[in-house]
Write a protein that binds this ligand. Structure first.
Ligand SMILES: Nc1ncnc2c1ncn2[C@@H]1O[C@H](COP(=O)(O)OP(=O)(O)O)[C@@H](O)[C@H]1O
Ligand SMILES: [Mg+2]
Length: 467
C-alpha cells in the first residue's frame, strides 16, 4: 500500500475543494479577471493552517482554467535564487517548467506560478527573498499564487506584498465535512467504519483534512472494518464523553460490554458516576424486576466504592464502574424504547449551589481575618456570626464596612441574607457609593483620607476587632 491517499483524493477541480466556499469563489473571480486580461491584483495569497486545501485549490484552479503550473517551494534554500530569476522572467512574461526549462508564453496559455510556503522565506532576510517576492508580484505577467500559514509575519515586512495581493483565507475544515470526506474515502476503499470512529478521527484532525486522511489510511492498513476501539488502540484521543452521552448505552441498549467500555471513558469520578446512574435508573427501568436488579447492581457498586475509601484499594474503582455499566445494563430483560429524559443528579446540584455560598463565606472570613489578625477559620467561627448581626442591624456600621472591606454586591447580599438583586442590597451598595463620593469630592480631600483610615480606629470598630 505505497499509494498516498492524500494524493489519490486530492481535488481535481475547484468544485472538489471543500469547506471554504468563499475562498473558492474569490479565487474563481480572480482567475476570470486574469482570463480577461485585467486582474486588479496580479497575485493571490492563500492563507491558512496546514491541510485546509490551499495547495489543492491552487492546482485545481490551474486545472479548471487549463493553465500551466510552475510550482516552487519557497522554503527550499535552493529555490531562493530561482525565485529571483522567476521574478525577472515573470516580468518578461516567461516562466520555468518544473524541470527548469523555459516556457515561453507565446502560445497564449497562462502559467500559474505557485510559491508554496512563501512565509518561510521570510526567515532568511539576508538573502532578499521577500523583496524578490514583492518584485515578482509587482512585475509579473503571469498569475502568481503565494501560499502561507502566517500571512501576518510576511505582510508586515512588505507593504508591496500586502497591497499587491488578493488575500484569500482558508479556515480549518469543520468536523462534519472531515467526517464526510473520510466516510466517502472509506466507502470507496470498501472499508466499513463506525460512526464513532469517524467522529473520533474528525475531532482529532482539528480541521486538518490532510492529517485526517493520513490517519484513516494508517488505520485501514490490514483492516476491512474500523470501529471505535481500533481508533483508540491506535492512540487516538477519544472524543470526550459526558455522562449524558452514555446514559442510553447503559439504560436503553442491550450491549453490556459496550456500556462498560463507554462508561470507563467518561472522565468523572466513580462516586459521581454512581450518583448519575442512581438518579436515572428509576426513570429508565419501569419494569419492577429490571429496577430491582438495577438497584442491586448499584448497591454492589457502592460497596466497592466504600471499600476504596476505607482501605484505599483504588483498584476497586474498576469494579464500581463495571457494576454501574455492565451490571445495570444487563439488569433489564429487553431493550428500552422511547425517549428518556435524563436528569443531572439532585445531590450534585445542591452541592454545587451551596458551593458558591461556601466560597463566599470563606472570602468574607478571609477579609475579616485580615482586619482582625485572625485565621480564616477562627474569623469564620468566632467573628462572622456577630459581624453579620451588626451588619444587618446597624446602618452606619454596614456602610463603613462595605467601603472599608471593599465588599462586592454578592458579599453584601450574603451578609444581609438577601438576594443579590434585591432592593435592600442595591440600596446598601448605592448608599455606600454615595458616601464615598461625598468624601472624595475635591474640597473634602482631607476627610477622605481620614475617612479611609477611620473605620478601624472608630470606637465601635475598635471594640469589634480588639478582642
Ligand atoms: N478543502 C479540501 N477539500 C478537499 N480535500 C482537501 C481539502 N483540504 C485538504 N484536502 C485533502 O488533504 C490533502 C492536502 O491538502 P493541501 O491542499 O495540500 O492542504 P494545504 O496546502 O492547505 O496544507 C489533499 O490532497 C486532499 O486530499
Ligand atoms: Mg500545501
Amino acid at each position: 500500500m505505497s499509494e498516498d491517499w492524500t494524493e489519490a483524493y486530492r481535488p481535481k477541480g475547484l468544485d472538489e475543494v471543500l469547506g471554504n466556499p468563499k475562498a473558492v469563489r474569490d479565487l474563481k473571480g480572480w482567475a476570470e479577471d486574469w482570463e480577461k486580461g485585467n486582474p486588479s491584483k496580479k497575485a493571490a495569497v492563500l492563507i491558512g493552517t496546514p491541510g485546509t486545501g490551499k495547495t489543492s485549490a491552487a492546482l485545481a484552479l490551474a486545472a479548471d482554467y487549463n493553465w500551466d503550473v510552475v510550482e516552487m517551494n519557497a522554503s527550499d534554500q535552493r529555490n531562493a535564487d530561482a525565485i529571483r530569476s522567476i521574478a525577472l522572467r515573470g516580468a518578461l512574461g516567461e516562466t520555468f517548467s518544473n524541470t527548469g526549462e523555459y516556457l515561453s508564453s507565446k502560445d497564449g496559455k497562462l502559467k500559474l506560478i505557485v510559491l508554496d510556503e512563501a512565509d518561510n522565506i521570510s526567515g532568511r532576510e539576508d538573502r532578499g527573498g521577500v523583496p524578490a517576492m514583492a518584485e515578482l508580484v509587482r512585475s509579473t505577467k503571469q498569475p502568481v499564487i503565494l501560499i502561507v500559514n502566517d500571512w501576518y509575519a510576511l505582510s508586515r515586512r512588505s507593504s508591496a506584498l500586502k497591497n499587491g495581493t488578493l488575500q484569500v483565507k482558508f479556515a480549518r475544515i469543520k468536523a462534519p465535512t472531515v467526517r464526510n470526506v473520510l466516510g466517502n474515502i472509506a466507502r470507496d476503499r470498501g472499508i466499513k467504519i463506525s460512526d464513532n470512529a469517524l467522529e473520533i478521527l474528525a475531532e482529532n484532525s482539528n480541521g486538518d483534512l490532510r492529517s485526517a486522511i493520513r490517519d484513516l489510511q494508517a488505520l485501514a492498513a490490514g483492516r476491512t472494518e474500523i470501529n471505535e476501539k481500533d481508533t483508540i488502540s491506535m492512540g487516538f484521543r477519544e472524543v470526550e464523553q459526558t455522562m449524558y452521552s452514555v446514559m442510553d448505552d447503559i439504560f436503553k441498549r442491550m450491549d453490556p460490554a459496550e456500556a462498560r467500555f463507554r462508561l470507563r471513558d467518561v472522565d468523572e469520578s466513580p462516586d459521581h458516576k454512581l450518583l448519575w446512574i442512581e438518579e436515572n435508573l428509576p426513570h429508565a427501568y419501569r419494569d419492577h424486576m429490571d429496577l430491582y436488579r438495577g438497584m442491586k447492581a448499584i448497591s454492589r457498586a457502592d460497596d466497592f466504592l466504600s471499600r476504596v475509601r476505607r482501605r484505599q484499594y483504588y483498584r476497586f474503582w474498576a469494579y464500581t464502574s463495571d457494576h454501574l455499566s455492565f451490571s445495570v445494563c444487563a439488569a433489564k430483560q429487553k431493550e428500552i424504547r422511547g425517549y428518556i429524559r435524563y436528569q443531572f443528579p439532585m445531590y450534585l446540584m445542591k452541592m454545587s449551589r451551596s458551593k458558591a455560598s461556601r466560597a463566599l463565606k470563606n472570602e468574607i472570613s478571609a477579609k475579616l481575618g485580615d482586619m482582625a489578625h485572625m485565621s480564616i477559620k477562627s474569623a469564620k467561627q468566632d467573628l462572622l456570626p456577630s459581624f453579620m448581626l451588626l451588619f444587618q442591624r446597624q446602618e452606619e456600621f454596614r456602610l463603613n464596612m462595605i467601603i472599608d472591606m471593599e465588599l462586592e454586591q454578592e458579599e453584601i447580599a450574603f451578609l444581609l441574607g438577601a438576594k443579590v438583586d434585591s432592593a435592600k442590597v442595591k440600596r446598601a451598595v448605592a448608599d455606600a457609593k454615595k458616601l464615598v463620593n461625598e468624601h472624595s469630592s475635591p474640597k473634602n480631600n482631607k476627610i477622605d483620607v481620614e475617612k479611609k483610615a477611620e473605620p478601624k480606629s472608630a470606637p465601635n470598630q475598635a471594640r469589634l476587632f480588639s478582642f
